[in-house]
Write a protein that binds this ligand. Structure first.
Ligand SMILES: *Cc1c(COP(=O)(O)O)cnc(C)c1O
Length: 221
């Protein structure tokens, strides 16, 4: 799909396009960069590090994959937003590594909304517990700025719609409840190539789009 048309559509809805460049070469990133794109998403630590080192410094790198605690240190110097935090251990490590880099790292808590048995993400109950622990812990360098969710991979729009509706509701409950008074809690990362239009109808502020922009990947994760 044409980059400008896609970006205009997402921007008009008040959201930001995160171009998911995983598996695609630096040249593909550069091409979109030259058209004005600044937010890019990766899901492998090594690939993110290599691209960040080689590409312009004003790119905002988003880590959208599952992140192992022992790899946080490699991302900490440069990452803009970590989308998929699903444990207190990971949050603690991000806080620690952000502190040693003398910076604040923004993160999203990942909620499991899909029907399919996905390994990652918090149940709504575990999310509330982690949110409460985070607020009580008063971290200085890891900052929770919202939620992230992945819908079921399906053609059935009703399923997707119900999932994003639920995610939005959980988000609004936290925002007006425990996170009231934390204006930074305002990001909802939802929607991919196949379902971003539905996500935009349900309050998404960050859509993560890969194949629609770059074509199919060599491998999927
Ligand atoms: C790969 C990936 C995307 C992009 O998927 P497309 O269907 O190619 O748009 C979005 N979010 C996450 C978490 C991903 O791993």
């Amino acid at each position: 799909m044409d980059y400008n048309a896609l970006n205009d559509r997402i921007t008009a809805a008040g959201a930001t396009l995160v171009a998911v460049s995983k598996t695609h070469p630096e040249a593909a990133v550069r091409k979109l960069y030259e058209q004005g794109q600044r937010d890019f998403g990766e899901n492998r630590v090594k690939e993110a590090e290599q691209k960040a080192a080689a590409l312009p410094a004003d790119i905002r790198w988003h880590f959208i994959g599952h992140l192992q605690t022992n790899k946080v240190k490699y991302l900490a110097p440069f990452i803009h937003l970590i989308h998929a935090v699903d444990s207190e251990r990971l949050l603690e490590e991000i806080d620690k590594q952000a502190a040693s880099n003398d910076r604040t790292i923004d993160v999203l808590l990942q909620v499991k909304i899909a029907r399919e048995d996905s390994k990652y993400g918090l149940s709504p109950a575990d999310l509330r517990t982690l949110a409460a622990d985070y607020l009580a812990a008063d971290y200085r360098h890891a900052r929770v700025v919202g939620l992230m969710g992945m819908g079921t991979f399906t053609q059935d729009e009703a399923v997707t719609r119900a999932e994003f509706e639920r995610l939005q509701k959980i988000f609004e409950e936290l925002r007006s409840g425990p996170f009231a008074g934390r204006p930074e809690f305002r990001e909802l990362s939802a929607g991919m190539s196949g379902d971003f239009l539905i996500a935009l109808e349900h309050g998404s502020t960050l859509v993560r789009i890969g194949s629609l922009l770059f074509g199919e990947r060599e491998y999927r994760k």
